[in-house]
Design a protein around this ligand. Structure first.
Ligand code: SF4
Length: 111
């Protein structure tokens, strides 16, 4: 079975007690640390370049280039990001070429 994008990259920002932000409730050692909300607003971090790159990597099935903790994850703890949600994000962010490739491959494709 193809690995789908993980919903965690879109839906579950996790802020540790000291303000460190990661993508995942499993990431107790902050392997996917994006920054610290004491230094940078949560929205800025969660919508910044690092998260964009990791989401795009998930959307394209390039998990080796996604968040470093995601590369060795079974992805099931946060669940799959619905295909419609990924396509809506790609449209909203202007990643049209990726969207076109995904649509050309049809339902159920990893990217
Ligand atoms: S792929 Fe795994 S490590 Fe990455 S956010 Fe999803 S559940 Fe967490």
């Amino acid at each position: 079975m193809d690995r789908p994008p993980c919903a965690g990259l879109w839906t579950t920002p996790m802020v540790h007690v000291d303000g460190d932000l990661t993508t995942c409730c499993l990431d107790e050692h902050l392997v996917n640390r994006v920054g610290n909300v004491r230094d940078t607003p949560l929205a800025t971090l969660w919508n910044g370049a690092t998260m964009h790159a990791w989401r795009l990597a998930h959307a394209e099935g390039r998990f080796a280039e996604s968040g470093p903790y995601c590369t060795r994850c079974n992805w099931q703890s946060a669940g799959a990001m619905p295909r419609e949600g990924v396509l809506a994000w790609l449209d909203a962010t202007g990643e049209a070429s990726v969207t076109a490739r995904r649509r050309a491959r049809g339902p159920g494709s990893p990217a």
